[in-house]
Design a protein around this ligand. Structure first.
Ligand code: MN
Length: 226
């Protein structure tokens, strides 16, 4: 059978110190994984993790600019560690979880907070508040083979040079292995899957013309909203 139009290209992340790329399959995100962020969003700190997803083509790799999206007047930044799955697994066991990991990236879960609040109030799905075009700026991947088990590390985001979010991976309520265990109870994780692991406190609004700068593990993101 012949395609009526060309299939969409595969989103692939550059791998540091390699000429290879990481082909993306699916993008999952963890909600509320840092106690202080859960509190700032009005929730208690002891809650089982929950997940949502973004389309893989919402990723924008090492962008210089991001277009301010339509249908919002309250765009929020959420800086996050992203984990990349390298080996498939259903019902992954805690002691094996690290072996399913390919590496790490730095991502931003851009969120239309006004739309999300409206959807929440009406008990409707949030998809369009989270999974819109260009909603997931992301860096290259640093392989697990280079970075090892990530149990701590500073993660930060500033807007126009002013620090907004400053956290540490060791503040995550659910660790990297625990996230893989929990998500793989629902779906078979596959090589190519990415998981945004939640944001530290300090989320806030960004406006057209502002510059966003984020850092983690020697990875950086630096773009302007236009
Ligand atoms: Mn998030």
């Amino acid at each position: 059978m012949k395609f009526r139009f060309p299939p969409s290209p595969i989103t692939a992340l550059p791998i540091l110190d390699s000429t290879d790329a990481f082909p993306v399959r699916r993008v999952y995100c963890v909600g509320r994984n840092y106690a202080e962020h859960a509190l700032e969003m009005g929730h208690s700190k002891r809650e089982a993790p929950f997940f949502f997803s973004k389309p893989a083509d919402a990723l924008v790799i090492n962008p210089e600019t991001i277009n301010y999206p339509a249908m919002t007047s309250e765009l929020h930044h959420e800086v996050e560690l992203v984990i990349a799955v390298g080996q498939s697994g259903f019902n992954i066991q805690l002691e094996n979880a690290w072996s399913h990991l390919f590496g790490y990236a730095l991502g931003i879960d851009l969120t239309k907070r006004d739309l999300q609040s409206e959807f929440k109030k009406k008990s409707r799905p949030w998809d369009l508040a989270k999974g819109f075009d260009q909603s997931a700026p992301i860096s290259s991947i640093v392989p697990f083979a280079t970075a090892g088990k990530l149990e701590e590390g500073d993660i930060e985001l500033s807007v126009n040079g002013k620090m907004r979010q400053q956290g540490n991976i060791n503040q995550m309520i659910w660790s990297i292995p625990e996230i893989m265990v929990e998500l793989s109870k629902h779906i078979e994780l596959q090589a190519g899957d990415l998981i945004f692991t939640g944001t530290p406190s300090g989320v806030g609004e960004i406006e057209k013309g502002q510059t966003v700068n984020a850092k983690l593990l020697g990875l950086g993101l630096d773009f302007k909203l236009i």
